[in-house]
Design a protein around this ligand. Structure first.
Ligand code: SAM
Length: 304
């Protein structure tokens, strides 16, 4: 398969790729399937690149001439001239499905890897190699495979290179392109969790539902204030099943963000391998939660 990987050309049909690679068409189809290659998307990128290339080489070419040379309609030419020729501006060889030496996966709504989700949000929305700021940095598990944000805060800083959250309020308003928030999701009313230290214990969970809501409100407001218009807030969230009822934190966060002036651009769902569950008695009362969300909010033009 690796040989084919090197020769596969998204500009060619399956048949022509098979001829070029000297393998069967079904081998090419299998390769496309295994590598999650989106041929339709690649075809669009190829079209856009050709049109942009011609226009760059001969800026005086009219739409009609471009149409004649490429064989595409004038409307198609217009449409593609208005779009970016590249899938992403992130400077890495992993980002384009069009890069046939590195066919990367189509961006999906679900994943069992938060690294993949964070990477895909950069690729699809933020279009930079990392996020500007993280308000809940903790130990930085989000950045095992990504560059650390320049601005790192936490209400309970765990190392010298993390600033106390209170400092984040000094960031110039409307200045950030992107910010990340990942608050605790556990509400431990009885304060009897089995946690590491007293300080960690204080910040690993909320003592009440009210505290959870308040923390989410504060983070959304802080992010709104510091992001520029068009900037992105990436917020991890999870619904929880408490002792007496379910708390739909995800819905709360979505509503609050909209109220504040954010537009929900996307939702990525992280499928968990390990579960967070509350077990009371033997009878299962609700579906066990095996997922959390990464919301992508964009700061809209006007505060409602
Ligand atoms: C789940 S951890 C974040 C993990 C982090 N994303 C990482 O990659 O390592 C939650 C963080 O939220 C912080 N936190 C707890 N309560 C908070 C509050 N009320 N306001 C702001 N941050 C809080 C904690 O100190 C903790 O570091």
């Amino acid at each position: 398969m690796n040989n084919i990987k090197l020769k596969y050309d998204p500009n060619l049909s399956v048949k022509d790729n098979a001829l070029k690679c000297g393998v069967s068409e079904s081998a090419i189809r299998k390769f496309i399937r295994i590598n999650n290659i989106d041929r339709r998307y690649d075809a669009k990128v190829a079209k856009a690149r050709l049109i942009h290339k011609l226009k760059k080489e001969q800026p005086d070419m009219t739409l009609a001439e471009l149409s004649r040379v490429t064989g595409y309609s004038v409307n198609t030419i217009k449409k593609y001239l208005l779009t970016d020729a590249d899938a992403s501006k992130i400077d890495t060889n992993k980002v384009s499905t069009f890069d046939f030496t590195q066919p990367s996966v189509v961006i999906k709504t679900v994943s069992d890897s938060q690294d993949e989700i964070l990477y895909n949000i950069l690729r699809l929305y933020v279009q930079r190699d990392t996020y500007d700021c993280d308000f809940t940095y903790s130990v930085g598990n989000f950045y095992v495979n990504l560059k650390k944000p320049q601005l790192r805060f936490d209400v309970n800083p765990q190392s010298d290179d993390i600033q106390p959250l209170s400092e984040a309020y000094n960031i110039r308003p409307n200045s950030l392109h992107s910010a990340v928030v990942d608050l605790p999701f556990i509400v431990n009313v009885n304060n009897n969790g089995n946690f590491k230290s007293k300080i960690a214990k204080r910040f690993d969970y909320f003592h009440s539902e009210e505290e959870l809501y308040e923390a989410n409100d504060n983070m959304i407001a802080l992010a709104y204030n510091k992001l520029k218009v068009g900037g992105y807030l990436i917020m991890k969230s999870m619904d929880v099943c408490g002792p007496s009822k379910q708390i739909w934190v995800g819905n709360y966060v979505q509503n609050k963000a909209a109220e504040c002036g954010f537009v929900l651009e996307d939702i990525f769902i992280l499928i968990s391998q390990t579960k967070y569950l509350y077990t009371s008695g033997l009878k299962q009362r609700h579906a066990r939660k095996y997922h959390s969300y990464f919301f992508v909010f964009r700061k809209a033009k006007k505060h409602k």
